[in-house]
Design a protein around this ligand. Structure first.
Ligand code: E4P
Length: 227
């Protein structure tokens, strides 16, 4: 499963890519506006930190297909070919997805609250569809179950489209969807940090340190001891 950071804070991106096996960064207009900076400058900074080959997901703004396509071209020009153009899964969006994907540009049908939106974005040629787990939960439906249903639809109809699950509130939801084989998940820094936040793990690591200290009281590492 590809793993993305759903945040535009540059120091958080630096910290997380240093520690975890991260495939890139996903953004939307709200995430970019939280930085308080010009959105284009933020996207350029993210590209600098990630390097040329990691994926950046960046969203179009206009509500008509022509404007979405223009934004898509501009985003690719700005951020390079390893960029996925996020387009809301609405009727004008399906048209923009179809035209951009026919040009060979990677697209993601975003703002997915229902399996029908995902089906239509996939049939229009989207590389990814992005259902919003937490927001679906907040509407009174089960976000994780909705994503599983979307996965069944994509499999049954042999689409090459993968799910980029988004809007997680905890690591268990990520694991549940990882176990059913979704293509990608994008998570906030706090959800990523929660992946291995577990007292039992910390105690086990501490026990090994104590055991080593007993057998080699003057060293703090094998490298020290080996010399
Ligand atoms: C990512 O693609 C989505 O835009 C994002 O995860 C939505 O998250 P939110 O529901 O926390 O705003």
């Amino acid at each position: 499963m590809e793993l993305y950071i759903d945040d535009a804070n540059i120091s958080e991106i630096r910290r997380l890519i240093d520690l975890y096996p991260i495939d890139g960064v996903t953004t939307n207009p709200s995430i970019l506006s939280k930085t308080g900076k010009n959105p284009v400058e933020v996207l350029k900074d993210i590209r600098k930190v990630l390097g040329r080959d990691a994926r950046i997901f960046a969203q179009t703004i206009p509500t008509d297909a022509e404007g979405m396509i223009r934004d898509g071209h501009a985003l690719i020009k700005l951020l390079g070919k390893h960029t996925v153009v996020k387009i809301p899964s609405v009727p004008e969006g399906f048209k923009a997805i179809r035209e951009l994907s026919q040009e060979g540009i990677s697209t993601c049908g975003t703002v997915v609250y229902t399996p029908m939106q995902a089906y239509l974005a996939a049939k229009s040629g989207a590389d990814y569809v992005a259902p919003y787990i937490n927001r679906i939960d907040n509407m009174g439906f089960d976000g994780v179950e909705t994503v599983k249903k979307i996965q069944r639809i994509l499999d049954l109809h042999h689409f090459e489209t993968g799910i980029l699950a988004a809007s997680f509130k905890n690591s268990q939801q990520v694991l549940d969807l990882c176990a059913c084989g979704i293509k990608a998940a994008t998570c906030s820094p706090s959800v990523i940090d929660g992946f291995v936040k577990n007292a039992a793990i910390d105690i086990a690591v501490q026990d090994f340190l104590s055991a080593f200290a007993k057998s080699a009281p003057d060293s703090t590492s094998m490298a020290d001891l080996i010399g």
